[in-house]
Design a protein around this ligand. Structure first.
Ligand SMILES: Nc1ncnc2c1ncn2[C@@H]1O[C@H](COP(=O)(O)OP(=O)(O)O)[C@@H](O)[C@H]1O
Ligand SMILES: [Mg+2]
Length: 418
């Protein structure tokens, strides 16, 4: 085996370096992206295999979970999922099984499923103040009229929540057409979104590849002719760009929030700055490598090699495995009695449990001091024994409910606090 960089200097850590065993989960070994990942992994002396997810089977029971390939257990250190849309359900279940086995996965199972549902992804992003085009979920054609006005009027974009490569995305100029199209898409069983049309970004968007929280490449995509969708697979053109810092920040945060170590973040260039359109968990590599000349596949493999010893864990899920324990949050906007109070007033018994963070304006303040003052818009996040947390916070919460019931108008907010 040839030497490969380990990030360790002589004498700094364990010396036994083993070959990393990598699996690329893909149904298309001949596809450009799969071939490139394979090639870069081989260059770095990984043991690498392309596994067809449809040939892998999952066994769950009370024994150690297993994944079998033609009857043999799959034993690997890291997985790069390239799960096609048509097999999302099985693909996500497989990734979840790899996660349970403690195998490093470049994209988490929840990251893949959340990013495939544009509505869900948008909800996660907006909760964390990531800018997106205004989007309405419509459940009947009668909802369309209201949705049109909420997204700012005509024209609008109508799209299915789980589409890809531009299929299921339409620019619509009349209310009648919006209604017709919505009716048709709903009757085909789709979830339908009506979205603000970002006119200044017509026919173009920015694709940013984020690997391990780092922007590795960015390009602008443009559509041809009268087409308004700029997808590479719809014959769009691509060009390398210098990414403004604001765009890079938004892309990195979006990838992180969706729990994707490898992500293609699509941004629209709007008059109010970057807007996240969607986050792709299996971004195509052909367009971006061609446009920028950057070895994106190599970056992905390097990232997997460095991270293969670690696996993802959901804190909430982990805590819930202890009876009675979990994570809860309290939003100060819903409990105005807490506005202006110090953490020490609210949590008098810090030995039994503790506040571990206050979320404020998209940031977290970890282990805030007892004198930390809460204000409207903050969210207190606690973990530990739920009953004890409730006991501690209960009197404040019921107090604020009483207040709300008696006379909401008497609750005062101090303006300078936000
Ligand atoms: N709200 C919008 N305003 C302007 N252009 C849009 C909007 N939504 C989509 N587009 C264009 O259509 C393309 C495809 O939309 P997208 O939501 O990314 O669907 P897909 O998942 O099929 O790629 C985008 O890359 C962009 O060029
Ligand atoms: Mg897209």
């Amino acid at each position: 085996m040839k030497n490969r960089p380990t990030g360790l200097k002589n004498g700094e850590g364990p010396r036994h370096i083993m070959t990393v065993r990598l699996a690329i989960l893909s149904r298309g070994p001949r596809l450009y992206s799969t071939r490139r990942l394979l090639e870069e992994a081989e260059k770095r002396d990984c043991y690498v295999e392309v596994l067809d997810p449809m040939r892998l089977s999952i066994t769950v029971g009370n024994e150690e979970p297993r994944i079998l390939n033609a009857g043999w257990p799959v034993e690997i250190d890291a997985v790069i999922p390239r799960i096609g849309y048509s097999i999302t359900h099985h693909g996500v279940a497989l990734i979840r099984q790899f996660e349970r086995l403690g195998v490093y996965v470049a994209n988490s199972s929840d990251g893949i499923s959340h990013s495939r549902d544009k509505l869900h992804a948008t909800q996660l992003l907006t909760k964390n103040r990531i800018p997106v085009p205004t989007t309405c979920h419509v459940r009947t054609w009668q909802d369309v009229e209201g949705a049109l006005s909420r997204v700012g009027g005509m024209p609008v974009v109508v799209k299915v929540s789980e589409g890809t490569q531009g299929s299921g995305v339409f620019l619509v100029h009349s209310e009648e057409r919006a209604r017709e199209l919505t009716y048709k898409l709903l009757s085909e069983g789709h979830h339908v979104l009506v979205q603000e049309y970002i006119e200044e970004s017509h026919g173009r968007d920015v694709r940013v590849i984020v690997v391990g929280g780092k922007v590795v490449a960015a390009m602008r995509r443009r559509s041809r002719g009268r087409e308004f969708r700029s997808n590479f697979h719809l014959n769009g053109t691509v060009e390398s760009i210098e990414l403004p810092v604001e765009y890079a920040d938004v892309a990195r945060r979006a990838a992180r929030l969706l729990n994707l170590d490898v992500a293609g973040v699509d941004l629209l260039e709007s008059n109010r700055g970057p807007l996240v359109l969607e986050v792709n968990s299996s971004p195509g590599l052909e367009g971006i490598e061609g446009a920028t000349g950057i070895n994106v596949a190599g970056e992905i493999i390097e990232h997997c090699i460095i991270n293969q010893g670690f696996s993802n864990i959901g804190l909430d899920q982990l805590l819930r495995s202890r009876p009675g324990h979990g994570v809860v949050s309290v939003n100060i906007s819903r409990h105005p009695i807490l506005n202006g109070k110090q953490i020490g007033d609210v949590f008098t018994n810090v030995n039994e449990h503790f506040v571990f963070a206050v979320a404020r304006e998209g940031m977290h303040i970890w282990k805030p001091r007892r004198t930390f003052m809460l204000r409207r818009g903050d969210e207190i996040i606690c973990y530990g024994e739920i009953a004890k947390i409730h006991q501690q916070l209960g009197s404040w919460i019921s107090h604020s409910i009483d207040n709300n019931n008696v006379s909401p108008s008497t609750i005062e907010f101090s303006d300078e606090s936000y």
